[in-house]
Design a protein around this ligand. Structure first.
Ligand SMILES: Nc1ncnc2c1ncn2[C@@H]1O[C@H](COP(=O)(O)OP(=O)(O)OP(=O)(O)O)[C@@H](O)[C@H]1O
Length: 261
């Protein structure tokens, strides 16, 4: 790994799922420290792209470099690389019979040999980072949706990963909780020196915190640039997407995508 290498670099990437090509011709460089909004209609392949970044989905063609080097093929090396990638998945994935603090401690217990007092201290720091110091001993059922999302975020940050991947972090949240999560994502990115990719349907909430935007549609990247350039684009496909119109150049039926060879 080198200090100057982009944190994510994709070249000529093709991703297949269920025998079909979901994405192809994907070239992408994500600079360190940036927040990239990954946008696109439902089923366009946003989560599939994240799956390629974590190594969960192997490329059908092309290369995936994450944290300065190609993703390793061996399962052991891949698990090691994944410690540097924090993932907040759709839904929080909190274990219901563990408290907030115990949930956050899980990755530290699984992947480090730190003594319990150090783990307790690290968990306290993560809870503090998401503004939930007083919720340490609460169970997920005792948390609001926004609080549970923040606990899940603290858990994703437990191992201090330099790269954070967010898959629909606002799903199921009311507008106030959504605003809290988005500003927290932006604040953590700046204060911890992270790089973030945010897959989201919530264009209006996500673009303001992003310094780059990608739009995926019809199996490829149809826009890569600043949020301002996206919003100013006259491209009919981008206008259709930003306005949420059903008719236009974006094909919404799955049959429109190509069959994998
Ligand atoms: N495990 C899988 N096996 C087969 N096909 C899959 C699998 N996961 C996703 N797909 C297909 O891949 C395509 C892209 O799905 P993906 O979940 O990446 O889209 P998305 O843009 O994240 O959608 P959404 O915004 O609705 O979450 C879809 O056609 C989907 O049906």
């Amino acid at each position: 790994m080198t200090a100057v290498a982009p944190i994510v670099q994709l070249a000529g990437l093709r991703l297949d799922r269920g025998g079909r090509t979901v994405l192809e011709g994907i070239d992408l460089v994500v600079p360190r420290g940036s927040i990239t909004a990954v946008l696109g209609p439902s089923g366009s392949g946003k989560s599939t792209l994240l799956a390629a970044l974590t190594g969960e989905l192997a490329p059908a063609a092309g290369t995936v470099e994450v944290l300065g080097a190609p993703l390793p093929r061996s399962q052991r090396a891949l698990l090691e690389r994944r410690k540097g990638i924090g993932v907040l998945l759709q839904g929080n994935g909190l274990l219901t019979d563990l408290t907030a603090a115990e949930n956050i401690a899980l990755p530290l217990r699984a992947h480090t040999r730190l003594p319990p007092p150090v783990i307790r201290r690290l968990v306290g720091m993560k809870l503090h980072a998401v503004g939930l110091r007083t919720a340490a001993d609460l169970y997920p059922r005792e948390l609001s949706g926004g609080m549970a999302r923040r606990v899940a975020l603290a858990r994703a940050l437990a191992l201090d990963p330099p790269l954070m991947l967010y898959d629909e972090p606002l799903t199921g949240l009311d507008p106030i909780a959504a605003g809290v999560i988005m500003s927290l994502i932006a604040r953590l990115n700046a204060s911890l020196g992270l790089t973030s990719l945010i897959v989201s349907h919530h264009v209006r909430e996500t673009l303001p915190v992003a310094d780059r935007a990608l739009v995926i549609a019809n199996g490829r990247i149809v826009f890569s640039g600043t949020p301002d350039a996206l919003q100013a684009s006259p491209d009919p496909l981008l206008r259709q997407f930003l306005r949420g119109e059903p008719d236009g150049p974006i094909a919404f039926d799955a049959a429109a995508r190509t069959e994998a060879a």
